[in-house]
Ligand binder design. Sequence first.
Ligand code: ATP
Ligand code: LTN
Length: 333
Amino acid sequence: MDEAKKRILSGIKPSGDLTLGSYLGAIKNWVALADSCDCYYCMADMHAITVRQDPAELRRRTVSQLAQNIACGLDPKKNVVFIQSHVPAHAQLGWVLDCYTMFGELSRMTQFKDKSAKNADNINAGLFTYPSLMAADILLYQADLVPVGEDQKQHVELTRDIAHRFNTIYGEVFKMPEPWIPKVGARIMSLQDPQSKMSKSEQDTGGCICLMDSPESIMRAFKRAVTDSDTRVCYDPDGKKGISNLLNIYCAAAGITIPQAEKEFENKGYGAFKTAVGEAVVEMLRPIREEAGKLLGDKAYLAEVYRDGAMRASQTAGRTLRKVYKKVGFVER
Ligand code: ATP
Ligand code: LTN
């Protein structure tokens, strides 16, 4: 490993099929960081079970997510790509960090409040302590940067507080991580309800685009996207939430700025704009869908990737875990 390179860690739960939100908010940036950084990316299956999952579906989605990550351009030779539950150090450090995370801190987490409201019949302890497992994911690898969408910033900030608390007691055990949030695409909203985040666990609403969706269904979703009664394509995230969301998506897909996009659609009306956004997204996702389809036909290769990833991740994670166990006073085996 090159010591000068920054260390990156991030994760995505296989709680649904990957969405345009996870791509623009996270994976696209993972790929961009791959050459200049030393990167670890996990399929956070342990986080996924904080909400009830069908076992066969969870297994399928985890492997499919891996294939889609590779298809997005994540080279498993350059990056360590692994499945969270394959590296027991995550659960082991997660427990230790639970004991250094305060009830009050966890109670203030927005994601916990949102998910408890949506899963009122299953507000389990894992949903509550989710952020300390996420802190373990990050701190095990001594990550400098954590590329995530806007919604995860609060969890990375809590990770810093936990790391600081631990380091204050025991000395410099953990590197202090920083969230890395993209300028465009950090918060993609639902196409049907532009007030709420496009989320992969709410896939049946028509508001969500998945990376594996067919071009026809993508075009249909954009044509039906909720906008407003005006006709001007201009960026106004308070007054014109739907159009502003579409502008963000268009700019991220076409690699242009908001003023450039506004100029392009001056006097063109919403219909033409929605079609253009749909087409830009179809073209951006086409090579990903095709490549992921091919990779999914080669299960042996995917298994090789996650086994190799687990081995490499375990080595790095094991070093931090041993240090932590020693610091807190566990007897060496
Ligand atoms: P769930 O609906 O199951 O909670 P999710 O769709 O929010 O899942 P995650 O696995 O929680 O997806 O997120 C993976 C990564 O993608 C995170 O870094 C997250 O911040 C980012 N992300 C997810 N949805 C969006 C979005 N709509 N806009 C921008 N980034 C997003
Ligand atoms: N909690 C994140 C997924 C996630 C993650 C991580 C992100 C799990 N472990 C470690 C960054 C670093 C989410 O809900 N999007």
